[in-house]
Design a protein around this ligand. Structure first.
Ligand code: ZN
Length: 879
């Protein structure tokens, strides 16, 4: 592994390279332990470059075998595994470089560069993996046309894939064969890919809007072919949608997807050859849950959408990562909204943003959506770049309106097609189509931290006016002590006593546009006229900006919004606020050993919602599920005691269950059906509601049998896993729970993605002895530190999905966890660093736990030869 140099990359130091690589021809002779890579590069010296400028190529653990310039062996060069510096290059501005390297795909456990997963050769080059294949200008502003020849043993690797279109293929001597691929679209090296191995395939076709035929293939491990149909269907829907909504057509003869089982992230958008974590491809009703199906639909679409937002227009440098990721996440969110229930999709997005991004923004790892410096780029594939990046696009659309938004994007696609662009380029297209300055809006890209917006309202019955005041404040984040006010679009409505939105016409205020308040200043007021009755204020509808909303209001108003807000998000927001207020209050009462106070009206509200037939099941399920323990911890903000939160939340569940026992049982029973499983939103909503109700029924006397019954009779994984989770989390030692776990293991031993769920359920059990369970499970024959999905299933779920269980007051989990991080870092730094971010909110814990985490982090920090990835995260967390 490359050792940490301590070097920090800065945006202000960006400089175009002296040389370009116009063409890249690669020849791979694939062998498990020594693959030979011959690269022939057409190099061009830029007209602005010095004649004598050396050519400095990136490498990473490479062995150089040969180096030629214009066909002659090179003499004036220096080489290390990480760098190739060539001097005294030809005077001519164009010359060819031939580089031969040897690499070992079998011992590559980092899963970056060329590696083997279940005997399949595969690659991962984003962000800086290409340099582990050959010496190159491995930076995204070097766009090159690739021609790739693959050669391998035909029996071991009958399938040979790379980017672009297949030019030719055929048999060779000694049982070997070859394939030649050409990608006509210039691309950066991070989009290069190859796959070789013995794979099953399902194939289909797509006719584009201009009538071109595209062959679609999804390659999977043999035996999984019948689990790829949903991914194929999602792909075709995504291709249609991008034509319909953005006018974007596919641009090659073939679109290939390959699913592999060892993968560091979700998937990768390599041009014409997307490579996926098989978790985001494989599904059937018996092995995938509704949320797996939704994840597949979203990730298939995400990677496909990158073809335009990422590949045709790529990033000039890695500081601009959000240019492709934020925009593409926004596009996949909109796609999912169009495929499913928009309101439910939006609530899910906000839940994810708050769970993943808000803590990042509030802690030591906070960074701007476009960072200005990094030590390890792998550590910046974050919720801030992806999810907050997407929220910025959503705000831009609200600010400009649909028309200008799409006009701006059309201009972006024509102006920057085939180029490597920056955030400035992106903002400029919207300024150009609108004639407006987006200077203040652009601060969103530069300023880290979540703004806190505080709202005050004052109604004057005599003048029939409502005075609204909004204030914004963003706390300091690492490296940014002073924050400037940003342009925050706050969607809103005034609701009358009849529960209807008031019409707000003729208000005559530049910063009030239809249903949006445009907050520009640190503090800003609006006076609304002709308001005939005291309204209830519905603020931040649809979560129109990624902010924390502080709206001093009484419970009565929140109950009103919970019942009447015509905006589903607003309704859910009010319900959530009421529930978390109660949990927080009771945590305080428990702490002071005072009797609990749970207002019966809450249980009543949930009873009403669950009986309201105008609501869809998925929305009802969202309302019934209490805020997570981590959500509550975030609201409390400091001096957190996870045990108190767990106990208080459980007490509220029990009270709601108790008050509504008969009703919930009746509705649960009525939701039973024997319809065959379909993965659509309606079916998923019904199952979500059923299992939310079952969670409450777990508090009744007959519980274990009833829950076990759902487990045993389920005809799909969603119902089965929900029941298993309730059994294990509520009745761990009960014979039914023990039996269900054993049965599940027996039934799914040979299905890795399902076994991940089995590990995860146990890792999430909220109990003091879960650490011991996790330690035992690491001895399970199916556990492996080499497989990222398995590691995340057990260790990721324990450290970030189980606040009460993981945060034992004796600190033992932290010691165990940090030792494992050091161990994983030795072979897969990217995975280790990502797991370590589970501790990012450590400073909000109460002092005893905080001290234990501090020593665990200190232990990591004292370890020698840490990767740059883990060193970077550790030092930022300790700073
Ligand atoms: Zn992406």
């Amino acid at each position: 592994m490359r050792s940490d140099t301590g070097h920090i990359f800065r945006l202000e130091n960006y400089r175009p390279s002296d040389y370009l690589i116009r063409k890249t021809e690669l020849n791979f002779t694939l062998e498990p332990s020594e693959t030979v890579v011959e690269a022939k590069l057409a190099i061009e010296r830029r007209s602005t470059a010095d004649m004598h400028a050396p050519l400095i190529l990136d490498g990473d653990e490479l062995t150089l075998k040969k180096l030629k310039i214009n066909g002659q062996p090179a003499t004036d060069f220096e080489v290390t595994p990480d760098l190739l510096t060539i001097r005294n290059l030809p005077q001519d501005d164009n010359f060819t470089l031939e580089i031969v390297t040897a690499i070992n795909p079998t011992t590559n456990r980092q899963l970056m560069g060329l590696y083997r997963s279940s005997n399949i050769y595969t690659t991962q080059c984003e962000a800086e993996g290409f340099r582990r294949i050959t010496y190159f200008l491995d930076r995204p502003d070097i766009l090159s046309v690739y021609t790739v020849r693959l050669e391998a043993c035909k029996q071991a690797a009958p399938v040979l894939l790379s980017n672009g279109n297949l030019v030719s293929s055929g048999d060779l001597e000694n049982g070997r064969h070859f394939a030649l691929w050409h990608d006509p679209h210039p691309k950066p090296s991070y989009l290069f890919a190859l796959v070789a191995g013995s794979l099953g395939v399902i194939s289909d076709q797509f006719t584009t809007c201009s009538g071109k035929q595209v062959a679609l293939n999804i390659y999977v491990e043999h035996g999984n072919e019948n689990r790829a149909a949903y991914a194929m269907d999602a792909l075709k829907r995504a291709m249609h949608w991008d034509e319909d909504v953005y006018g974007r057509e596919y641009d090659l003869d073939v679109f290939n997807i390959v699913a592999v089982s060892d993968f560091n992230m979700g998937a990768m958008e390599n041009k014409g050859l997307n490579i996926f974590n098989d978790k985001y491809v494989l599904a059937d009703p018996q092995t995938a849950t509704d949320s797996d199906y939704a994840g597949i639909e979203a990730v298939i679409a995400h990677e496909y959408f990158h073809n335009w937002t990422g590949n045709r227009i790529t990033c000039r440098d890695w500081f601009q990562l959000c240019l492709k990721e934020g925009l593409t996440v926004y596009r996949d969110h909109e796609f999912s909204s169009d495929m499913r229930s928009r309101a439910v999709q939006r609530i899910d997005e906000v839940k994810t943003l708050k769970a993943q991004q808000f803590p990042e923004d509030a802690g030591p790892l906070a960074h701007p959506v476009r960072p200005r410096e990094y030590r390890e780029i792998n550590n910046f594939y974050t919720a801030t770049v992806y999810e907050k990046g997407s929220e910025l696009i959503r705000m831009l659309r609200i600010i400009l309106g649909d028309d200008l938004f799409y006009k701006g994007l059309d201009l972006y696609f024509t102006r920057h097609d085939g180029l490597a662009a920056t955030i400035e380029d992106f903002i400029k297209v919207f300024e150009d189509v609108s004639g407006r300055s987006l200077a203040q809006f652009s601060r969103w890209y530069d300023q880290a931290g979540t703004p806190l917006v505080t709202a005050y309202s004052d109604y004057n019955a005599a003048t029939k006016t409502l005075r609204l005041t909004l204030e914004q404040k963003t706390e300091p984040t690492p490296g940014q002590s002073h924050k400037q006010p940003m342009h925050i679009p706050i969607k809103f409505a005034l609701i009358g006593a009849d529960g209807k939105d008031m019409a707000l016409t003729g208000q005559n205020n530049a910063d009030l546009q239809e249903d949006v308040l445009h907050l520009h200043e640190a503090s800003q007021s609006w006076t609304l006229h002709n308001i005939t009755e005291k309204p209830v204020l519905s603020l931040l509808r649809g979560f129109s900006a990624p902010v924390l909303l502080n709206q001093p209001s009484d419970d009565e108003e929140q109950f009103f919004l919970a019942r009447h807000d015509s905006d589903a998000f607003g309704r859910w927001q009010a319900i959530t606020r009421l529930l978390s207020r109660t949990i927080i209050e009771n945590a305080g009462l428990m702490h002071r050993q005072q009797p609990l106070s749970i207002p019966p009206v809450l249980a009543q509200l949930l009873a009403e919602l669950v009986q309201d037939e105008t609501l869809d099941h998925a929305f009802q399920a969202l309302c019934l599920s209490l805020p997570d323990e981590a959500d509550i911890a975030r609201e409390i903000g400091s001096n957190i005691d996870p045990d108190l939160i767990h106990a208080s939340r459980k007490a509220l569940s029990a009270a709601i269950a108790d008050a509504n026992a008969a009703l919930f049982a009746r509705i649960y029973d009525a939701l039973q059906d024997d319809q065959p499983f379909t993965p659509d939103a309606a079916g998923a909503g019904k199952r979500a509601l059923k299992s939310a109700l079952l969670g409450y029924l777990a508090f009744s006397d007959a519980a274990p049998d009833r829950v076990y019954n759902q487990f045993a009779t389920a005809n799909n994984m969603t119902d089965k896993l929900a029941a298993l989770t309730i059994l294990v989390h509520h009745f761990a030692a009960h014979e039914k729970a023990v039996a269900a776990l054993a049965q599940f293991e027996h039934d799914y031993r040979s299905v890795p993605l399902v076994m991940d769920k089995w590990f995860a359920v146990q890792a999430r059990r909220p109990a003091a002895d879960t650490l011991e369970t996790v330690q035992q499970l690491m001895q399970h024959p199916l556990f492996s530190l080499d497989n990222p999905n398995r590691c995340r299933a057990l260790l990721g779920n324990f450290s970030s999905g189980n606040p009460a269980g993981f945060n034992r007051a004796d600190g033992k989990s932290y010691a165990f966890f940090s030792a494992l991080i050091v161990q994983i870092d030795k072979h897969n730094p990217q995975l280790a660093a990502r797991l370590l971010t589970s501790l990012r909110s450590w400073k909000t814990l109460e002092p005893i736990r905080r001290a234990h985490i501090k020593s665990a982090l200190d232990m990591i920090s004292r370890t020698e030869n840490l990767s740059t990835d883990v060193r970077d995260i550790t030092e930022r967390m300790l700073a």
